[in-house]
Structures are given as structure tokens and as C-alpha cells.
Design a protein around this ligand. Structure first.
Ligand code: G3H
Ligand code: 13P
Ligand code: ZN
Length: 309
């Protein structure tokens, strides 16, 4: 059933697990995520960035979401705008039937972020839609989400409290050391769990969101490279850290890069092993299967959301 994130987040905070939020761009990815969630009987979030919406086209996307709902009525899932850049994009998605939107004002100064977030919250709430906001800056470079490492700034716990109070946002994305893309850490992976704990102390009832939280699964990177890719030195957030985050008050964990790697790894393997194959179903079927397997692993072994639907 298509729902907002309100109840699933309440349950996640009560029971100490996280909901996987997976980026979608096409039919195969949507099917893989929903099939994985159904098999695990897990609540799930499908999210689309504005560039994903441009690619898939809003109308097609919403029709596929409807199809997913019809196929899996027993699974509570949200369709969420990832990194909404402005009020207009948020409004477009709310009006189209999204159940949750993110307004990403992290590139603005605090006061401007408060002001712009509030505008989105007012409109969203009047339509029964929930809003994720962001405070603090993630390091790293990924398409439209582009903040130089020098600018990286962890979320300040006192500011987080003030921000949530003044904006009325429903959940908050924080910066504690993650970043978007396949190159998150030069040396050892390190997350500031001390900052997370301080934020939770101040806003215990606000669901916390972790962006840039792909593991950059080494086996998937290796499979890509084995079959001709050039992705050297990629590194993400280890499963153990994501599990710790899941039981320490993080309610939503965002994953895009790992799904991109899964899709690429599967397709590259078919292309390398069967150079005469040119029926798209020949390579999109294993791609969908590997995405499903990746999502299922996260839900079951890392986030703890199996059987929480
Ligand atoms: O955080 C960003 C997501 O990975 C979406 O990336 O804008 O290339 O769709 P995208
Ligand atoms: P990754 O690049 O680590 O998958 O992060 C995705 C994300 O945060 C989407 O908003
Ligand atoms: Zn993100």
C-alpha cells in the first residue's frame, strides 16, 4: 500500500531498525525493490531524484508506482522525492501523488534553509504529504549534488533542534561523514556516531536520515572491473556501520550507488560472456535479479527491517 513514511518511521524508532530508501530510475529497478521488500515483508521507500524524474518521466513513474501498489498491496511503501532542489519541484511531485518529498536546502545558509523548508512543509502538510529536510553538508561529488570536500560540514546538534522546531519538517537528513557516490573515504571509513547520539538526544522523536549510505559492495565493484569497468579504489560505508546506525536512531538509509553497481555488474557480465546476445531481456533480467538480491541483503542483514511491514 502506498503510504507516507510517518508510521513506518514511528515503528522504526520504537523498534530500532531502519527503512531502506532506494533510488529508482526505471521499471526493472522498481520491480526489483518491490519484489525484495515483498519477499522480506519489509516496509520500503522508493525515491526519485529530479534527474531520475526527467529520465523516467513523471507520468510513467507514477503509473509504475501504481502498478507496484496493485501487485504488492500488503507492503507499505512510500514514493519520495530525493533532493528536491526547490519549491516548484516539490509541489510538482506532491501534486502528482508523491507521499513524501525532500527539500534539500543544505546549500543555503541556516536562515534561508529554514525559510525555504518551511514553505515546502506548509504546502506538503496541507496535502497530507511529509517532508524530509537536510541540515549540514555531505562531502563528495555526485551529479546535481555537488559540495566540495572543503565545504563538508557536520550537522550541529543544537542547530538541528532549532531547525526542526522552526520548520516543522517530519524527518531530518544529517551529515556525520557519509558522502554520495562510489568514493566516500580515502582511508578508513569513519562515521561520527557521537554526533548522531547528540542529535538523537535533542530530537528523539524526529526520524533521522542518512544519505550517501551505500556500502559500495566490494564484490559488485570487483565484478564490474573484472568485466571491463574502470572503477578503482571505490569505497563506501561498511555494513557493520550501517547496522550500528540502524539500531542507533537512523530511520532511513539512502542507497543508490549500490544499485547502480549491481545493474552494471550484471549487464557487463552478460556482455562479456555472451558477446552475441542483443536481446535486452538477456541482460536486464540478470540486472533486475542482482538488484533484488542487493536490496534483500540490505533489508535483511543490515537494516533489520525484515518482517516489519
Ligand atoms: O543523491 C543522489 C542520488 O544518488 C541521485 O542521483 O541525481 O544522478 O539521480 P541522480
Ligand atoms: P549513495 O551514493 O551512497 O548510494 O547515496 C544515495 C543517496 O544519498 C540518495 O539520496
Ligand atoms: Zn542523497
Amino acid at each position: 500500500m502506498l503510504v507516507t513514511t510517518k508510521e513506518m518511521f514511528e515503528k522504526s524508532m520504537r523498534e530500532g531498525f531502519a527503512i531502506g530508501a532506494f533510488n529508482v530510475n526505471n521499471m526493472e529497478i522498481i520491480q526489483a525493490i518491490m519484489d525484495a521488500a515483498a519477499e522480506e515483508h519489509a516496509p520500503v521507500i522508493m525515491q526519485a531524484s529530479s534527474s531520475a524524474i526527467k529520465y523516467a518521466r513523471l507520468n510513467y513513474l507514477m503509473k509504475m508506482v501504481k502498478a507496484a501498489e496493485e501487485e504488492h498491496p500488503e507492503i507499505p511503501f512510500a514514493i519520495h522525492l530525493d533532493h528536491g532542489p526547490d519549491f516548484e519541484t516539490c509541489k510538482m511531485c506532491i501534486d502528482a501523488g508523491f507521499t513524501s518529498v525532500m527539500f534539500d536546502g543544505s546549500k543555503y545558509d541556516f536562515e534561508e534553509n529554514v525559510r525555504l523548508t518551511k514553505e515546502v512543509v506548509e504546502y506538503a502538510h496541507s496535502k497530507g504529504v511529509v517532508v524530509e529536510a537536510e541540515l549540514g553538508k555531505l562531502a563528495g561529488i555526485e551529479d546535481d549534488v555537488n559540495v566540495s570536500a572543503d565545504d563538508a560540514m557536520f550537522t550541529d546538534p543544537a542547530q538541528a533542534e532549532e531547525f526542526v522546531r522552526r520548520t516543522g519538517c517530519d524527518s531530518l537528513a544529517i551529515a556525520i561523514g557519509t558522502s554520495h557516490g562510489a568514493y566516500k573515504f580515502k582511508g578508513e571509513a569513519k562515521l561520527r556516531f557521537d554526533i548522531l547520539a547528540k542529535i538523537k538526544e535533542r530530537i528523539p522523536n524526529t526520524p533521522i536520515v542518512l544519505h550517501g549510505a551505500s556500502t559500495v559492495i566490494p564484490e559488485l565493484v570487483a565484478q564490474c572491473n573484472e568485466y571491463g569497468a574502470d572503477i578503482p579504489g571505490a569505497k563506501g560505508v561498511p555494513d557493520e556501520m550501517l547496522h550500528e546506525a540502524s539500531i542507533s536512531g537512523v530511520s532511513k538509509i539512502n542507497v543508490d550507488t549500490d544499485l547502480r553497481l549491481a545493474m552494471t555488474a550484471a549487464i557487463r557480465k552478460v556482455f562479456a560472456e555472451e558477446p552475441s546476445a542483443f536481446d535486452p531481456r538477456k541482460y536486464l533480467t540478470p540486472a533486475r535479479d542482482l538488484i533484488k538480491q542487493t536490496v534483500q541483503h540490505k533489508i535483511r542483514d543490515v537494516f533489520g527491517s525484515s518482517n516489519k511491514a
